[in-house]
Design a protein around this ligand. Structure first.
Ligand code: NAD
Length: 251
């Protein structure tokens, strides 16, 4: 088996930035024939400049109607990267219900809608593999990230349940649990914005990277390699795992 995706079609959500964009580029570099890229940010998808056939879907992953239409129109699907997500801050005792629901809608409901639609298309295809982007905060409880860690624990377990349900059908489902990755998701956080205002973005990222035994945050391209491996036929015997990719943060 090889890291060869020729003739294959993949779906990537959150493809307009960060890890999703890196996965789209990684799959393009590894010969994928066609990509369905989903993001609320059209510019991010347009900026990718890929060589494969691209179907851009500028939609919210938490919209069930979008997924109904996608399923009817998508055709053959071999791979899915269930990756769109937003950050959240605040302790459980201090988070508003509105904020809690907003994070659950995108990070948990959106992942459910994406994975369910993808698996139904893979069943019709007779094979396939999916990777869900969880987070190391699903494994290690980190204070002050509110709904985010709960939703990420939910999607990791969703991947394991879906793996159990589909292994006999030739469909694998895994998750990655990244530690800190240098992407735009951090820029929405209040504490991070304060650190950027005080010290600049590079120093703010480096400061948080110091909490990882490796000494720095990962790049989105590094996480794309992990996701690409799990999607590929090289991981043919791997299903239902949550791969920590965190520079030792969880140790
Ligand atoms: P990012 O902000 O760079 O990219 C996320 C993308 O998802 C953006 O392009 C955004 O427009 C899109 N998106 C957000 N809400 C959406 C919605 N409702 N519908 C469609 N698209 C939507 O962040 P990233 O770090 O690349 O995040 C990708 C995934 O990785 C997320 O699930 C995130 O929780 C997870 N993750 C990130 C880190 C990190 O440190 N960056 C660590 C662990 C897990």
């Amino acid at each position: 088996p090889k890291l060869d995706f020729s003739g294959r079609t993949a779906l990537v959500t959150g493809a307009g930035s960060g890890i999703g964009a890196a996965v789209a580029r990684w799959l393009d570099a590894h010969g994928i024939a066609a990509l369905h890229l989903v993001d609320i940010n059209a510019h991010g998808i347009e900026a990718l400049a890929l060589t494969c056939e691209v179907h851009a879907h500028v939609h919210d992953v938490s919209d069930p109607q979008f997924w109904g239409g996608f399923e009817r129109a998508a055709g053959k699907l071999d791979h899915a990267v269930v990756n769109a997500g937003i950050g959240s801050g605040g302790q459980i005792a201090e988070q508003s219900f509105k904020d809690w629901r907003r994070v659950m809608a995108v990070n948990l409901d959106g992942a459910f809608l994406t994975l369910a639609a993808a698996i139904r298309l893979m069943r019709a295809n007779g094979r396939g593999s999916a990777v869900v982007t969880s987070s190391i905060t699903a494994v290690k409880p980190v204070a002050g990230i509110g709904a985010y860690g709960v939703a990420k624990a939910g999607v990791a377990h969703m991947a394991r349940i879906a793996a159990a349900e589909n292994a006999a059908l030739g469909i694998r489902v895994n998750a990655v649990a990244p530690g800190g990755v240098d992407t735009a998701i951090w820029d929405a956080g209040e504490a991070f914005r304060e650190a950027v205002a005080a010290h600049g973005r590079e120093a703010a990222i480096a400061g948080m990277g110091a909490s990882h035994p490796r000494g720095r945050f990962a790049t989105a391209d590094e996480i794309a390699c992990d996701i690409g491996y799990l999607l590929s036929d090289m991981a043919a015997n791997v299903t239902g795992v949550v791969l920590n990719t965190d520079g030792g943060y969880s140790l």
